[in-house]
Ligand binder design. Sequence first.
Ligand code: ATP
Length: 220
Amino acid sequence: MTLEIKSLNVSIGNIPILRDVSLTVPSGQMFGLIGHNGAGKTTLMRAIMGLLEADDGSITFDGKDLRKTADFGRAKGGISYMPEDRRLIPSLTVEENILLPAWANGIADARERLEWVYDLLPEIAQFRARRALQLSGGQQKLVALGRALMPGRKLLLLDEPFEGVAPVLSRRLSEVISNLGSSGLCVLISESDDTHSADLVTGSYRIERGTVSPSATQFA
Ligand code: ATP
């Protein structure tokens, strides 16, 4: 279950944003995607999820051509994305926020998966009935991670998960992400520098002005 991107070009409007991007995240490994604001990290993750259409190039996961798979098909296939800005619906409860995308994607065993998420993140089970707007930014990140894990048991894309999170919650997030990595999930984590991700990943790619370094820096 390897993520393989080859010669990917993505434009927004007529503006080229990603240029000739190639990278590989081998099966069961965690890799970093490190780059400054505006480098193209979110654009790459949105292209992998099918939220942005690529101009050309290929994105394959587990041998499947993702560019030929609808975005809901990617979610059903176990690929999930935690956006940087969390995108929780403030007036809904924590539990509703977690369940909503699973219902929208027709995931049949949503309740069972929810229990698995609560086992992994018991702290969010404690505030399941609270409205999202009542949570701190860090708590919302944990909820967004829980929501991303509902369909995602194969490939997880984490867009700047540590951004704006207080140190105590950052440590907790690292712990959860590290546990997920040990369970064989393929994970791509973006960060503006490698402060938090270096301890988690086996290697990382640098992205600068839409171009990704040809080979990953290896940590392990
Ligand atoms: P950040 O953390 O600031 O989001 P990033 O590395 O994730 O940084 P992207 O959000 O992918 O970067 O943005 C890459 C480039 O694409 C930036 O120059 C940005 O201005 C541009 N861009 C992103 N979205 C749009 C959009 N909807 N319309 C026009 N340009 C966009």
